[in-house]
Design a protein around this ligand. Sequence first.
Ligand code: ADP
Length: 453
Amino acid sequence: MLKKVLIANRGEIAVRIIRACQELGIKAVAVYSEADRDSLHVRLADEAICIGPGPNAQSYLNMANVLMAAVISGSDAVHPGYGYFSEQEQFADALQTLGIKFIGPPVDAISVMGDKAAARLAAIESKCPVVPGSDGLITSDEHAIELASKFGYPVLLKAAAGGGGRGIRRVESPEELPRLLQLASQEAEASFGNGAMYLEKCIDNPRHVEIQVIADSYGNCVSLGERECSVQNLRHQKMIEEAPFAGMDADKRREMGECAVRLAKSVGYVNAGTVEFLMDEDGEFYFIEMNTRLQVEHPVTEQVTGIDIVQTMLKVASGEELPFSQEDISWSGHSIEARITAQDPSRDFAPSCGRIVVWDPPKAEHIRIETFVEEGVEITPFYDPMIAKLIVTGDDRNDAVRKLADALSNFTIEGVQTNISFLRELIAHEDYVRGDVDTKWVARMMNEVAGGV
Ligand code: ADP
């Protein structure tokens, strides 16, 4: 078993991973910025190393400092969490050179899946349905126009190196294509240092359904089932996620799971990963990308499978075989996660900073809260606005939705503005209650709730 793990992250996910390490008797090393000096993750860890000033570029994204901290602390592995270096092959590669284990997939798997055009090709080869689109990259305006007329408008231009919804443009007609291609490519170049683009047909009103997989280094790979993440904001960022997908039957679950496992195996995948699909109105599913890391929404899968994904990641990285096979996996109940953010819904979701003066989350057996926040904590402008994840688990979807409504009503936070009132209105909406949502639903609801932002 690993002895000492450095967590190259902050916030709730650092706290979550530290907890898993300690449950397995592994020493946890935190890194922190000067702005996070008093953070919970720093106090919970067995050791903590300051890696620079508040801004990410100078601390959590300062690769030399993070690597140095791993060396100085004598850590034998690094868990990257999500975001930051979690999907950066250079980081995994540098750790390998230093003889330190990266808790994630092999470098080659990160690089195939990090190039979304290459990932599409890998999916095609492993017989996963993909959205109709280009076989590889767009080479010119004419090429893009020719492809778009073949698949039919609207189409999406997508950045090969994309992530977080950046570098995506919807195109309605050939006239606007060259201009939008240039814009999207420039945005991708600025965000990812790579302006390469590919093209996909736009699926009407899709649902976002993803499969959690986990693999060990002995060729075993298991699907832990699906999550439904269609409640997304205008920038395609997920707001509410659930497991299982209430509209899923056992055959479709098996089919999607097998697809995801085939794809993961085809790239020699090891450790936890998520294969993302869009599902159209007829229930057909199409691969869109694979995230080669732990995801924000992993707790809902843990709740319904009873499997601790973070502990399993640590065991796999320690060289253990997966402690379960596909036949051992079953699902019970229904779990929903709502991302609580320090954002002001009445000001176009602008980040809200300040000191938390009251922090009174709901407490019950069916409620799980992942957070780094306590009374007195300062929410700074440096980091992602997510301050907590509220996870509720019920007997079935109706029960879980009711429990979530209740939990949100009993969550008191003072000192910063939060999205709680907005979430409450969203989940009270009849479409959500019926489970009738798609990835554009929040955009349509924006005019109806929270005063029409
Ligand atoms: P990113 O890596 O930036 O998150 P994804 O490829 O995962 O990009 O897509 C993000 C979101 O964009 C999806 O969840 C979905 O809402 C929307 N999207 C992506 N591809 C398509 C498509 N072909 N048709 C319709 N919507 C899409």
